[in-house]
Ligand binder design. Structure first.
Ligand code: GLC
Length: 544
């Protein structure tokens, strides 16, 4: 593979959650024309690729992750014509569009499933995963990610179908080659329409064996991914990423093998679940222990070097806002948002920015009735029914609920943050009055302008791309610092993860070079980092 085939290694990817990005027609839901109207904003930010969460026809049970027609656009978001226009307008600005492909399941309203559920003899029946049984006794005790049994009884067939996610998201049967080829044809069709890449949703689950309790990483998984890659991706200059909660470094080497046999990179979560109790689920929280986080990030940096590629991220549409999670969204909101950005952008891999992260958008503290997410609402219903105190349930939601990241994008301090002229589908975070694009564009030291600077810095020196990673004082509980070296330059990144000043004599022991960027406006204090201070230095080797 040539280096140009790996163009995405030097890219920055921006994730758009279409229903919350920009509404052009006043129905309260973001849409494609809204995205087109903001392309100049994204161009000015400096990103190269947009990952678009699903825009396909969908009953919207899981906000589009339940697709009923992969080849058409949901009316909420616009038309196929709008998407063609988006591709063209983005291309004009040198931006590629990565579509979110949900291949593990469809909607129960997809014509394939409507047929499949008619009878056992229907030609589409085997396209989904069915098991015999009797009503009231599901074939296995597998639990759906969104609560309750993962099996649903269909009287017409006298069988259960499997749904790893909601009951409206039946799992496709990847064992059936017809299913696989129908999906490949559909992807190729999108590539012909002008898609620049794909994010593969829940791709680790396509080879599940329910009876063996295997959901992720089934034995046939990488065979299927290789087949998918050969049939749809190879030789087309696309950027691809697979969502894989189960990925470890060894598995990630397969997912992101530089020979291009699978995907460009994998979206793995080991770093971001460091504040969750191992073996539990996302609601089982524990305090973050910084040395452990650094160890995990360091291991991935070293582990994939030369034999895979990292996705760098703090946020997406399923995760809380990072400034509320690991920063301080009160008095140090801007400083800590910038600190976290600095740490991420210094690493090796392709950085992802989730919409609003570049503004330092925060979590919400709404009452339950203001939330919409199926996962969050089901969890609250189950736990309240089981007698959990309301206060505890609300604390969990405010910390981890997916709607924290899904509130409308904050464009200005006009009504509804300039997101819609109508009633937004999800309440706008009231802090939009201060935190919004218009304000941040005007303030030279805003979080937004800091992100712009980080993005352009990455383009200026190859050390960001190929520098070797070495941790500095990995055992310290207060700072996160590391070096990247490529024989020509040394990049040093140091950040204070706390709200108090800390001494950092370590910085004295390394050739620091010039200060590239810092999240405080006034000059640095040599061996001390102010609360949440972050700095990047670049030293360049003398040329002989
Ligand atoms: C992925 C998506 C999530 C969705 C789920 C089911 O995890 O990121 O938003 O609910 O898959 O498609």
């Amino acid at each position: 593979m040539t280096e140009t085939a790996h163009w995405w290694k030097k890219s920055v990817i921006y994730q758009i959650y279409p229903r919350s990005f920009c509404d052009s027609n006043g129905d309260g839901v973001g849409d494609i024309p809204g995205i087109i109207s903001r392309l100049d904003y994204l161009k000015a930010l400096g990103i190269d690729v947009i990952w678009l969460s699903p825009i396909f026809r969908s009953p919207q049970d899981d906000n589009g992750y339940d697709v009923s027609d992969y080849r058409d656009i949901d009316l909420l978001f616009g038309t196929l014509e709008d998407v063609r226009e988006l591709f063209a307008q983005a291309k004009r600005r040198g931006i590629k569009i990565m579509l979110d492909m949900v291949l593990n399941h469809t909607s129960d309203e997809h014509p394939w499933f409507l047929e499949a559920r008619q009878s056992r003899d229907n030609p589409k029946h085997d396209w989904y995963i069915w098991r015999d049984g009797v009503p009231g006794t599901p074939p296995t005790d597998m639990i759906s990610t969104f609560g309750g049994s993962a099996w649903q009884w269909v009287p017409e067939c006298g069988q259960y179908y499997l749904h790893q996610f909601s009951v409206k998201q039946p799992d496709l049967n990847w064992k059936n080659p017809e299913v696989r080829h129908a999906l490949y044809d559909m992807i190729n069709w999108w590539t012909e329409q002008g898609a620049g890449g794909y994010r593969f949703d829940a791709i680790e689950s396509i080879a599940k064996i329910p009876e063996a309790g295997i959901v992720e990483e089934g034995p046939m998984l990488h065979e299927y991914v290789k087949e998918l890659s050969a049939a749809t991706l190879q030789g087309k200059n696309l950027v691809t990423v697979g969502e894989a909660w189960s990925a470890n470094i060894e598995r990630a080497k397969r997912w992101s093998n530089p020979d291009g046999s699978e995907l460009s990179m994998v979206f793995q979560f080991q770093h971001i679940i460091q504040d969750e109790i191992p073996g539990g689920n996302k609601w089982d929280r524990r305090p973050l222990y910084l040395p452990e986080l650094k160890k995990v990030i360091g291991a991935w940096q070293r582990g994939l070097r030369g034999c895979g590629w990292n996705s760098l991220f703090w946020e997406n549409h399923d995760l809380p806002r990072i400034v509320s999670r690991w920063g301080n969204d009160k008095e140090y909101r801007e400083t800590s948002a910038k600190m976290l950005a600095t740490l991420l952008f210094g690493l090796q891999g392709t950085p992802y920015i989730y919409q609003g992260q570049e503004l330092g958008m925060t979590n919400t503290d709404y009452p339950l009735s203001d939330y919409r997410d199926i996962e969050l609402c089901n969890m609250a219903k189950e736990r309240l029914a089981a007698g959990w105190p309301e206060k505890t349930v609300m604390e969990l939601i405010h910390a981890k609920g997916r709607d924290n990241a899904r509130t409308p994008m904050q464009w200005s301090n006009a009504r509804n943050a300039g997101f819609t002229s109508g009633e937004p589908w999800l309440r706008v975070n009231p802090n939009y009055v201060q935190i919004n694009v218009e304000n941040e564009e005007k303030q030279p030291d805003s979080v937004l302008n800091y992100y712009k600077k980080l993005i352009s810095l990455r383009r200026e020196n190859d050390v960001f791309f190929d520098g070797d990673y070495t941790a500095i004082s990995e055992e310290r509980e207060d700072i996160f610092a590391y070096r990247r070296e490529n024989g020509r330059s040394v990049l040093t990144v140091a950040a204070n993860f706390t709200g108090r000043p800390v001494l950092i004599p370590e910085l004295e022991y390394h050739t620091r070079g010039d200060l590239l960027i810092c999240n405080y406006p006034t000059a640095e204090v040599c061996d001390q980092l102010r609360p949440y201070e972050a700095r990047m230095y670049l030293a360049t080797a003398q040329t002989e």
